[in-house]
Design a binder for this molecule. Sequence first.
Ligand SMILES: Nc1nc2c(ncn2[C@@H]2O[C@H](COP(=O)(O)OP(=O)(O)OP(=O)(O)O)[C@@H](O)[C@H]2O)c(=O)[nH]1
Ligand SMILES: [Mg+2]
Length: 450
Amino acid sequence: MPGKELAQRRLCLTNEGKTQTTRAMTELYETQKKGADSVLLVGVKLRHEEEWKVKDTMDELAQLVESAGAEVIGRFLCRQPQIKAGHYIGTGKAKEIADWIKEHPVAMVVFDDDLTPAQGRNLEHVLETRVLDRTQLILDIFAQRANTKEGILQVELAQHQYLLPRLRNMWTHLERQKGGIGLRGPGETQLEMDRRRIEDLIKSLKRDLELVRTRRTEQRRGRRRQGWALVSIVGYTNAGKSTLLNHLSGADIYVANQLFATLDPTTRQVDLPNHEPALVTDTVGFIQKLPHHLVDSFKATLEEVVEADLIMHVVDASHPQVDTQIDAVHAVLSEIGALEKPMLFVFNKIDTEKGRNTAKRLARLHPKSVAVSALTGEGIDLLYDQLADCLKGRKLTLRLSVPLSEGKLLASLQKAASILEEEYEGANADLLVRVSPQLAAQCQPFVVEE
Ligand SMILES: Nc1nc2c(ncn2[C@@H]2O[C@H](COP(=O)(O)OP(=O)(O)OP(=O)(O)O)[C@@H](O)[C@H]2O)c(=O)[nH]1
Ligand SMILES: [Mg+2]
């Protein structure tokens, strides 16, 4: 996949001659290149947790590993009352896993939860194998998928933010060479240099991303000004978001039965019955335990969701954990401040028996919804109607400065707009109004601010 190569090249460039640290993030591809792509999964069930939930998240972790191009050859589920500070799991269990690995060599061990830097280091020491946690794995997949400049910048920012607090961990081998009390050893000096370098890099990535955000905001404004309705597709990863947009618009977005097939947003025109055309954006999927750094770094992309007129929440109704997935999507929407936006549920995959039955159950809970199969096209006509219906009452807020000589427009505004503020300045009326897209188009020459 070209995206993968591009991301790899970009990462290599970042790493070259710089930090040892970022190199850890490309480990998954490097082991793949050598053909050593077998992975052992480790999950932990704590006293208060239900075993089936832990097993489900481990199934998902296995899917993540496969989506990253590697293969799961074993799983360990550790049942323990609480997290152990030193190794996350008990030392006895760690030893047991180490013995298993001697018999079944693996390229790396992936933990289903986030490890502290010290836990990661201690585990690597005992297991004598590379150890990754869930966040690192997701970051790796994102790095493989990032295709556009925006995507690559966002992934790099998330990676470096993840690494910064872990730097000390990387340099402990040098710290051991430190001189006497009060002397700064080579490890410490190198650590400081690395820290500063990464902090500078984070600053410069944030600056670059700010430009991306500004450009996106301007693009959105332009589209609004032209009267487009903006719709964002959100949903759990693998729910069928890209398949749906392909069906609605004839787009050709990459679709695959893998997690995070889509990373970069794609916007396409969709023609709705009795309605001006809408612009629909397909974007990155969500997942439970989505690393906070990623949500934060993907601000530019996720703003498409926050700023949309309508959110289409696509749900894989055939998935056994459909309710958990809906909750996980809501958690991310809440984190980005988009939970209160108008939302239409799209229960997808009703061509399967499970999907059809679950969609019926979910429709009772969420009346503003439609059941479809993005694959066969069943229910899509109903979806077009629902979309048009949801967007019908769409209003835009505009600040206008209209010359009093524009009597006809002012009369239309008095009649059809909600006037929120009204002030007369010389020969102009300064107004803050909420208007339909049609009326907004007539107001275009007099818009001061949207
Ligand atoms: N049976 C069935 N499968 C579907 C349907 N819609 C999508 N799929 C399959 O579900 C898988 C995921 O589809 P995508 O469209 O890539 O899903 P996505 O939500 O864009 O996934 P990410 O981009 O990875 O977050 C693919 O194997 C699709 O063929 C459907 O209506 N019915
Ligand atoms: Mg997709």
